[in-house]
Write a protein that binds this ligand. Structure first.
Ligand code: GTP
Ligand code: SPV
Ligand code: MN
Length: 594
């Protein structure tokens, strides 16, 4: 077997060496590349991909590339994602489950010889700041060079991760695109195996296997597979939280800074809020993370968050200098664009803020027809976080940042008001558990369909969601109520009778953040309604906006009674795993709505 460096020189970690050797025997690659994580290393891999016609360098964005995927491999595949706990009950009613030994048997046959003709890459990566006691190390073995160059931007990868690991246990993740190459067989530009796709998690053993997809969260195993599904199971055992949340620092005109975390389902606005340019004069936001937060109670009893990632894998369509200027500046260089459209030396997408250029290659790699979307709705950019002009230096703080408020929000064209404050921690947990949202292109399947997505974790919770609710209730008992962040429900997506968004969103969301910030300083009033506290008209700055307060905050009792009925039915699915504290919150809501 041909290695770029001898295994024994690369690591002395016995369990790691053994796993690599076993995997080589199982997957039968043609070559092995042990990643060190240097820029030269990834530049070389990228150059080979350019040579092979997989990546197109972008003359107008230094160090950047465009590529497009197979049309059947464009988003997360929830129907092929499994939680393989020993007991089905431990996966719960919201996850697909397979008995572990049965799944292992199936994986064994899938992975046998699956890397023939390809290079097997070993990627050590650290989730979280280097040197942080809260960080965790994973090792991904993959046959996709695309995964290597993306992991280099998304995580602290290579030598530095091995140094962090020392001789400790790691989270193994085995990934293959699932297309072995016979002697002399020409490779495809985006090899994948949609028919045999499976993304399997073993939360007890804490391992990950992903087969058949090369796209995003299916293939970059540090992200959803480790930092959410496996990490949520670890967090439950160890008394912390692994969440689908952005983290942002907000500084008011007086120079006081507070941190806010927010959970919105996929493609519902985390990246945009994480990099917000507040429309209100004197307010400043800084970005700690845009997708995942690991949170724990600190020594002072407050909730602290780190961002386990080192990069953004952000939705391209809709990103413009008007909606998200900080993202636009972040992606001026050293970025990978997947499934956007390609113009002369640059990229283009719907909502970028300019007319489509004359000659445009669509995300399918063919001349754009001018009718169907030029960029896939789930096309994305990959870029290191450090390039963000408002990257918060505290994002590297090994202890994390103290969280003053937690937001839950989804796409709801009606029912949910612009913002509601929870009456207590347990009521806040109830708001998180009650989250529903209209589906987006981030996952395969129908778009715009309302579904329950508790805590924006429906596709990402690695254990029984009822137990997850109970874990959140439990966290609230580990410190005093005054130290816990207040919890909010927000909705940027209410529509009028014509189907147009009522709320301008983006930078204007700062108006809502301002009220939340001032609530955290006990400086803003609130009005109590049956569903929670809302800002009274005078406490929310709507000056200069076309929208009126009532259209944003009206609470339709009939709609809410339907919402309540639906929640009652939904929560029954969790049976005895549904915490009594949330049953009590449901009952209180019913009483208040009478
Ligand atoms: P994932 O990366 O899939 O987890 O998504 P995300 O939550 O980070 O979503 P993102 O911020 O990328 O937003 C997804 C889409 O929603 C983009 O097309 C945005 O332009 C749009 N969007 C974001 N914020 C707002 C908002 O405040 N109002 C409106 N109307 N659209 C928004
Ligand atoms: C999401 O779907 O929530 C994402 C994109 O953040 S992916 O990494 O592909 O899961
Ligand atoms: Mn996400």
């Amino acid at each position: 077997m041909q290695f770029n460096v001898p295994l024994s020189e690369w690591t002395t970690h016995a369990a790691l060496s053994k796993w690599i050797e076993e995997t080589i025997l199982q997957c039968q690659p043609a070559r092995v590349h042990l990643c060190v994580g240097s820029n030269e290393e990834v530049d070389q891999i990228a150059a080979q991909m350019v040579e092979a016609g997989i990546l197109v360098p972008l003359a107008k964005r230094p160090g950047s590339y465009w590529c497009h995927s197979h049309p059947d491999d464009v988003a997360r595949v929830e129907e092929s994602t499994f939680i393989c706990s020993e007991k089905k009950e431990d996966a719960g009613p919201t996850n697909n489950w397979k008995e572990p030994s049965e799944m292992k048997q199936h994986l064994k046959s899938l992975f046998a010889g699956c890397m023939q003709g390809r290079t097997l890459y070993v990627i050590p990566y650290c989730m979280g700041p280097l040197g942080s006691p809260l960080s965790r190390v994973g090792i991904e073995i993959t046959d996709s060079p695309y995964v290597v160059i993306n992991m280099h931007k998304m995580t602290r990868m290579g030598r530095q991760a091995l140094d962090q690991l020392k001789n400790d246990p790691f989270i193994p993740g085995l990934h293959s695109v699932g297309v072995p190459l016979k002697e002399g067989q020409q490779d495809e530009p985006w090899p994948c195996n949609p028919k045999q796709r499976v993304i399997a998690h073993f939360p007890e053993e804490k391992s990950i296997f992903s087969f058949g997809s090369g796209y995003g969260g299916n293939a970059l195993l540090g992200k959803k597979c480790f930092a959410l599904r496996i990490a949520s199971a670890m967090a439950r055992e160890q008394g912390w939280l692994a969440e689908h949340m952005l983290i942002l620092g907000l500084t008011n005109p007086e120079g006081v800074k507070k941190y806010i975390a927010a959970a919105f389902p996929s493609a519902c606005g985390k990246t945009n809020l994480a990099m917000i340019m507040p429309s209100l004069p004197g307010w400043k936001a800084e970005c700690v993370g845009d997708d995942i937060a690991w949170m724990h109670i600190g020594k002072d009893g407050r909730l602290y968050a780190i961002n386990p990632e080192a990069g953004f894998f952000g939705v391209a369509p809709g990103t413009s200098m008007k909606t998200n200027p900080m993202a636009m500046r972040t992606i001026e260089k050293n970025s990978i664009f997947t499934n956007t459209a390609l113009s002369d030396g640059d990229v283009w997408w719907e909502g970028i803020g300019s007319e489509p250029p004359e000659a445009l290659t669509s995300w399918l790699g063919t001349p754009w027809d001018g009718k169907s979307p030029a960029a896939h709705p789930n096309s994305r950019f990959t870029v290191p976080m450090t390039q963000c002009p408002i990257y918060d230096p505290a994002a590297e703080d090994p202890e994390g940042v103290p969280i003053s408020a937690i937001l839950f929000g989804g796409r709801r064209h009606n029912v949910m008001p612009l913002v509601t404050e929870a009456l207590s921690w347990n009521h806040g947990v109830f708001l998180g558990a009650s989250l529903s949202s209209e589906t987006t292109a981030a996952a395969k399947g129908e778009i715009g369909k309302l579904r329950h997505d508790p805590f924006a974790m429906l596709p990402f919770c690695g254990y029984n969601m009822g137990d997850y609710f109970a874990h959140w209730i439990d966290i609230g008992k580990h410190t005093s109520a005054s130290k816990l962040p207040r919890i909010y429900s927000v909705n940027w997506y209410r529509k009028d009778a014509e189907g147009k968004y009522i709320w301008p969103g983006f930078g204007e969301n700062a108006r809502v953040l301002k009220w939340i910030f001032e609530r955290a300083s006990d400086k803003a009033p609130a009005t109590t309604t049956p569903i929670g506290q809302i800002p009274p008209q005078e406490a929310l700055d709507l000056s200069g906006l076309q929208t009126d307060y009532d259209s944003l905050f009206s609470i339709d009792k009939d709609n809410w009674k339907k919402e309540l009925q639906d929640l009652k039915e939904y929560f029954q699915r969790f049976g005895t795993h549904f915490p009594k504290e949330l049953a009590r919150e449901l009952h209180h809501l019913e009483e208040r709505l009478k």
